[in-house]
Design a protein. Sequence first.
Length: 241
Amino acid sequence: MDISTFPLPDLNNLPRNAKISANQPPLLQDVVEHITTVIHVLNVCLTIYVLYLCFLSPFSLVTWHVFLYTLGWTLLMTEGILTVIKENIFTKRIQQPVRVHIHWATLLLATELIIGGLGTIVWNRSRVIGSHFLTEHGISGIVATVCAFITVLNGIPALYSVQLRKIIPPTINKLFHAFFGFATVVAGAYATITGYYTGWFRNRSSDTVIIVCFIVTVALTVWCMVRPLVNGFTRIRNLCN
């Protein structure tokens, strides 16, 4: 039997996601999907642990700060970024435009919780003398919150980059969004890590657990940044060409 007579699929007529899957080695795609699934599990476990610490004692303004930031940063910010990754087992069957809208809506909710967390610590510091906003944790937290707000606002034109292409090139629009998104995640991760070494966290955790939380946070941050960095460098290279 001559197999050359069998018709071959026309890759040009395949959907965009199907083209990507066809061009990507199956083994690599499986590995990335499994790693992403592990990241989901680590994210949920870290969130549950910190929320558990919040309920060890009656809620104070500082505890509300930790509670809201954990839901906003650790859980929703990470999951919102992973939403647009095609190796996400929870969203890979959803069309790309829908995933992008879910991504923006999730980050919007995350930012609202983050701003609420900032508000609680501002209120607390207005009642108690302290230097929270002069610490590395406080400064990085403010920077991350401002960047998150800008990123969410810029997410609106990024959602409609095609419709706005006559006003601003889609590549520039998405690069601007990616830049502030990167700054948001890095500053947020730094604020989270330094938060593990505050009195509130140390009084509730052992040094070993703090190290584990540190490692998990770094893993979440690095994995969330891989795809955006690759896409960003690709867009910059295309602009230069």
